[in-house]
Ligand binder design. Structure first.
Ligand SMILES: [Zn+2]
Length: 187
């Protein structure tokens, strides 16, 4: 099932996700839904909080850029080591239409549980290394915009507010209490 992806600065995106105790069918369904939501939005990575689920689960697919890689689901991912440095123009499905240079480590080694609950370790470079760092950040409530200058971040925040208000206009608004009437009653 394709889920709606939350747009920053949605408050859920700032919260810390929780570890998964058991990799069961509910987690496998979550992973399936996350892949479907990511592909529907044409992304290379997605973290569970982006669809409103505060669990330590991420999915990645960088095969269009790295044909040797494979689609990857990581439960309770934990970065073991970071090596080197690189800079890459990152985007995020929760910050639509925006991309900024972010400094990251070039090579990442991470430990995680796969869809069967088996512990695995991966060493990645290139886009996959960047995506693993970007998605594990989401589990800590950190966005790529937290890695850029506050000036750029505030400009992006303004553009996101515009997107959100144009989305809200499609939904009929609740009638607001008339402040003027309340004031005249109080007199
Ligand atoms: Zn993201």
């Amino acid at each position: 099932m394709v889920h709606e992806i939350l747009v920053w600065p949605h408050p859920v995106l700032k919260q810390k996700a929780q570890p998964v105790a058991v990799v069961d069918d509910s987690i496998r369904t979550l992973i399936k839904d996350m892949f479907e939501s990511m592909y529907a939005a044409d992304g290379v990575g997605l973290a569970a909080p982006q669809i409103g689920v505060l669990k330590n689960v991420i999915v990645l697919d960088t095969t269009p850029r790295q044909p040797e890689s494979k689609p990857l689901a990581m439960v309770n991912p934990e970065i073991l080591s970071l090596e080197g440095k690189c800079s890459y123009k990152e985007g995020c499905l929760s910050v639509p239409g925006e991309a900024e240079d972010v400094e990251r480590a070039a090579v990442v080694t991470a430990r995680y549980l796969d869809e069967e609950g088996v512990e695995r370790t991966i060493t990645a470079d290139g886009l996959l290394a960047i995506a693993i760092q970007h998605e594990t950040d989401h589990l800590k409530g950190v966005m790529f915009v937290d890695h850029i200058s506050s000036m750029k971040r505030e400009l992006i925040r303004k553009r996101m507010k515009k997107i959100q208000s144009s989305m809200a206009e499609e939904v009929p608004e609740k009638p607001e209490k008339k402040k003027g009437a309340a004031r005249s009653e109080a007199r």
